[in-house]
Design a protein around this ligand. Sequence first.
Ligand SMILES: [Zn+2]
Length: 325
Amino acid sequence: MSAWERVLIDAAPPGGGAGFLDWQAARWPRLEAARTQLDAVQTRTLPLRDRPVQLQWNPGRRVNTTAKVDASAIRARPCFLCPANLPAEERGVAVSPELVLLANPFPIGPGHLVFAHREHRPQALLPALDQAVALAAAGELGALFYNGPTCGASAPDHLHLQALAPEVLPDVGYFSDLFDRSALPGETLLDRPDLGVFLDPRLRTTLVLRGEPAATGRALSALLSGLALSGAEPPHNAVLARHGDRLLALLYLRDAHRPACYYAAGPSQRLVSPGAVDMAGMIVTVREEDYLALDQAEVERIFTEVSLPITPELRETLQRSLAHV
Ligand SMILES: [Zn+2]
């Protein structure tokens, strides 16, 4: 019998992602406590040019923000996404051929879900991209997001996606609103009735895609393949969200894993370790002093340090990747 059989329930409880989380929290006291703690999380908005950024003070995320993700630390710990290591109370739902829906016990916001691959295999988006596109386009489980193995994933050794209520991610609302008003987000790389691809260079290097789900998935695949470095996927975070009958996809191209201030000593240290949620405009802080101290200049520096610089070579690669989508 598969190790997942102990975990899987036959049918998803009604009510989409929220329904599943309610069901699971009623049977898992640790999740219920984490959700109660979430009610006390504080947020504030930073005026940062005209693309919104929010700060969140969420002490419950400390284990994720400060996770050691180097290869030896990962080898030394039991994988928390493998079924044999899940807490006894934890249950999952098979939502696609290879992905199992689980609750995230360290939520950033409402609707925080995890989709774990059935096999213990390295974190990578391409092998799960079709399933991610289908889940995001269906829209019942919120906005999906992905952290590359060197870009915020706490489990770089086990393929997984996550989801949150779309309103938690400022960029989802911001770009959806731009498209609703027929305003273009940044430079146009591709503009067709079924698919638009744009480059927004403000603060972080963001590829903004909006189109029919299948076409958007093909473009994402072409971009990830075209930007691959020595066969490995490019360092990135991704967000996929339904926008009417279209799919909105945000691809944040990354450089550094963590900004210099993460490693600083003394009062200039900021424990900020950006993943997709942070890149999408919700910066998670786990210490009150960081939450209170971060200002516009520091946030701009953090985004700049962890984002891939835009060069003529990058533009050329993007154009070439999209040429046959
Ligand atoms: Zn695993």
